[in-house]
Design a protein around this ligand. Structure first.
Ligand code: C2E
Ligand code: MG
Ligand code: MG
Ligand code: MG
Length: 289
């Protein structure tokens, strides 16, 4: 009967949810163990200056190669880390590793590190940043902290005060994933960002998806320029997307078209290329032919 069916479905869902919760707890424990045992790594994705076609820096991205399950995506483990509080440890480890690795790069090359809202809200965070810089010897202006607009939603938090303290240290601030959240523009007035990162959802397919995405990117760029901020277009995969980004005036681009996140050894190799000049993958410029 329908009633039995319904009960059957409920039982199915309930077992399913139980499985998901169990899986999550298992992953959380394994993540904690990986963090303690040095089982995490940092990948570096190049950020390219559109005008000069050189590497302006890299974004540090956490990686977890699970011994049995294989590579686990940050879209899976970062939310688990945030819910369990492990993000404090993970984030600090990525920050320290990235600063130490970047300190050996040429002086103009920057390193961008993602900061979780929970880290941002930690009163000890500015001191942790200072210590990571001191330990690595990295100049503060070479470190760019990527923050999402969700930090503005926490009423208990005096975000402006924290931004002030971080700017006081001399690091750069970037607003990550811009356009995906509430995108209230008022906070741009007071928050001292050096850069706005335009979310990949506006970039991907922008060359084909009609004018809406282009119009949005264009208006973010003009807003950023008026506020004296740089822009990075995230997630450009094709030459069409790159050309569009260029024509819309984005100052920087980060996407598979110039390179996926790679290990430190490969990042160093890319930097060792002549003046770290870069080319879109699979596309040569006429002057090189
Ligand atoms: P995000 O900070 O916006 O980083 C950019 C993401 O876009 C990276 O994904 C990168 O690999 C991906 N990406 C860049 N270009 C392209 C492209 O052309 N095509 C496609 N399909 N993807 C592209 P990833 O490494 O999987 O990280 C996802 C998110 O996880 C990050 O988004 C960030 O929010 C979070 N995350 C990663 N590492 C950390 C970390 O150390 N701390 C914190 N708090 N979050 C992190
Ligand atoms: Mg980021
Ligand atoms: Mg982003
Ligand atoms: Mg993102």
């Amino acid at each position: 009967s329908a009633k039995e069916n319904g009960r059957g479905i409920w039982k199915f869902y309930s077992e399913d949810m139980h499985k998901v919760a169990h899986e999550r707890r298992a992953l959380e424990g394994e993540l904690r163990a990986a963090l303690q045992a040095g089982g995490m790594s940092v990948a570096y994705q190049p950020v390219i200056n559109v005008a000069t076609e050189t590497i302006s820096g890299f974004e540090a991205l956490a990686r977890w190669q699970h011994p049995q399950r294989g590579a686990i995506s940050p879209s899976v483990f970062v939310p688990i880390a945030e819910e369990s509080g492990l993000i404090m440890q993970l984030g600090e480890w990525v920050l320290r590793t990235a600063c130490a690795d970047a300190a050996a790069w040429p002086g103009q090359v920057r390193i961008a590190v993602n900061v979780s809202p929970m880290q941002f809200a930690d009163p000890a965070f500015p001191a942790i940043v200072l210590n990571a810089l001191a330990q690595s010897g990295l100049a503060p202006e070479r470190l760019e902290l990527e923050i999402t607009e969700s930090v503005f939603l926490d009423d208990k938090l005096d975000a402006a005060r924290i931004f002030e303290r971080l700017k006081g240290i001399g690091v750069r601030l970037a607003l990550d994933d811009f356009g995906t959240g509430y995108s209230a523009l008022g906070y741009l007035r007071t928050a001292p960002f050096d850069k706005i990162k335009i979310d990949q959802s506006f970039v991907r397919g922008a060359a084909h998806s009609g004018s809406a995405n282009s119009a949005i990117i264009r208006s973010i760029v003009s807003l950023a320029e008026a506020l004296n901020m740089e822009t990075t277009a995230e997630g450009a995969e094709t030459i069409d997307e790159l050309e569009l980004i260029r024509s819309l005036g984005c100052s920087h681009v980060q996407g598979y078209i110039y390179g996926k996140p790679v290990c430190l050894v490969e990042a160093n190799e890319r930097l060792a290329g002549v003046d770290s000049h870069v080319e879109p993958i699979g596309h040569k410029h006429s002057r090189d032919i």
